[in-house]
Design a protein around this ligand. Structure first.
Ligand SMILES: [Zn+2]
Length: 478
């Protein structure tokens, strides 16, 4: 472990005046603000800390998914869904994409937001993609990770928290075996009985071992020429599927939280699938009570929740009033994903004060919100959270499906909200301050005679990268 860096490398307190170098970089940013090509180069080179909100299967590039489907000999049915071989009548081998460009393009469109036809629902097309390529992604966690980490490195990020569904089939079987019990403590005991849940924890850890080995092999991490992906620190967040039966959601959450307490590669749980789905709406409060109970059992497992990924019309007005609030107050969320329906929440100002006071961050994927919800610009509460003092970080959500990357998100935020260079730095710093990593913040790390934890080390690297970036911009080489 490196020794504590000198004071020059530690981040200054928020709200401080810009340094002379920052002022000059900001002037450069203003000069290129309306020149998309130069702005893209600036945003790509900008050090951006970590991506705290992305789903591994939706983050990977669609071209890689098509290539893996062909390699695995999968079959594509009439709805563009990948199925295991052998290919039955009415399906086509995915290998045909190698020789038929129109077929390949059709798959790319079905599995991403590329060329979304006018009139088609972005929400429906986006969420349907996961089911269509699910047969591909479940076979290749390590390769997916190498692709996503490589993209993060190319966009000057050093950290990734990516969402996965550990031991999916085993967790489903266990949930079906145990069944639902409204007494959550009793349901938890039934999961633990006979070491059943611990067996699924072991399955998930072995799966992570294989994924790690596949990642390192794919990215050549143990050779003399490791890919940049190898420099990216990554952690897993376990997904619970909010559209599933209650016993399955509870089992997935219990598994994810038990994993987080036993394996440092897993840090947190989240709830996924459309928040506006019938079951997700029906069980929203039940899911928050599940988290409340499990938080008592597994207090060291982190919790981040998709909440308020909703708009008027997508759901009835009553459903817009409490999701973020309940996630914070009952679900123990340390971070909120999306939070788009803030204006419709009961006493939104009080909710903002609570989030700011407890440093509950907003993970904000602006392109995803535009594509799925049609919410962007001033209709999006991005600036309202920031003005209220809520820690805000940019995220990609599903950049493979969106066909974007984190640099695009920074460019979008800077352009839409006229952000300054110091404000962009704050967004990047927040991504590491809010990371679910052990150890104190760099600012809270003693100055001398000690070593620093992983979180502070990544923060130190970010501050050093800012310094180099500013020097390059001012020399005119970035
Ligand atoms: Zn998400």
């Amino acid at each position: 472990m490196p020794a504590v860096p000198d004071a020059a490398a530690t981040p200054p307190p928020a709200g401080r005046p810009a340094t002379p170098a920052e002022q000059r970089v900001d002037a450069r940013l203003d000069a290129i603000r309306h020149h998309p090509q130069a702005l893209r180069a600036f945003m790509q080179a900008l050090p951006k800390g970590g991506d705290l909100h992305n789903h591994l299967s939706g983050a990977v590039s669609t071209e890689l998914l098509v290539r893996l489907a062909a390699q695995d000999g999968l079959c594509i049915d009439r709805t563009d869904t990948a199925l295991p071989p052998p290919c039955r009548a009415g399906t086509r081998s995915a290998a045909d994409t190698r020789t038929d460009p129109a077929f390949r393009q059709r798959l790319i469109r079905a599995w991403s937001m590329q060329d979304l036809p006018p009139g088609e629902s972005g929400h429906d097309h986006f969420f349907a993609a996961f089911g269509k390529f699910g047969e591909v992604t479940k076979r290749h966690t390590g390769e997916l990770l190498a692709d996503v980490a490589g993209t993060a490195a190319a966009n000057h990020q050093s950290y990734l928290e990516t969402m996965v569904s550990p031991a999916g089939a085993a967790a489903r079987r266990l949930a079906a075996d145990v069944g639902y019990d409204a007494d959550l403590a009793r349901m938890h005991r039934a999961l633990l009985a006979g070491g059943k849940l611990d067996q699924v924890v072991r399955d998930a850890r072995q799966e992570a071992d294989r994924a790690t080995a596949d990642f390192r092999r794919t990215a050549h991490c143990d050779t003399a020429t490791p890919a940049p992906a190898c420099r990216v620190t990554y952690r897993f967040i376990s997904q619970g599927t909010r559209s599933a039966a209650p016993e399955q959601v509870f089992t997935q959450l219990a598994l994810g939280m038990r994993l987080a307490e036993h394996d440092r590669r897993f840090v947190a749980v989240n709830l996924v699938a459309p928040e506006d789905g019938a079951v997700a709406l029906r069980d929203y409060r039940l899911h928050m009570r599940m988290l409340d109970y499990l938080h008592g059992v597994y207090p060291h497992a982190h919790i981040t929740l998709h909440a308020g990924e909703l708009t008027p019309g997508l759901v009835k007005p009553a459903d817009l009033r409490f999701h973020i609030r309940e996630a914070v107050h009952t679900g123990h969320a340390e971070r909120i994903g999306h939070g788009v329906d803030l204006a419709h929440e009961d006493d939104a100002e009080e909710l903002l004060r609570t989030m700011a006071h407890h440093h509950i961050a907003l993970e904000s994927p602006l392109t995803s919100n535009a594509q799925i919800l049609g919410v962007s610009g001033d209709a999006h509460p991005f600036q309202r959270y920031r003005r209220a003092g809520v820690p805000v970080t940019l995220a990609t959500d599903d950049p493979g499906i969106s066909r974007t990357d984190i640099s695009h998100e920074y460019q979008r935020a800077a352009t839409t909200y006229d952000l300054s260079y110091p404000e962009l730095k704050d967004l990047a710093r927040t991504s590491l301050e809010q990371a679910f990593l052990p150890g104190p913040d760099l600012t809270a790390t003693p100055r001398t005679g000690t070593t620093i934890g992983l979180k502070a080390r990544l923060q130190w690297r970010l501050e050093s990268a800012f310094h180099r970036f500013e020097q390059r911009v001012l020399r005119g080489t970035a």
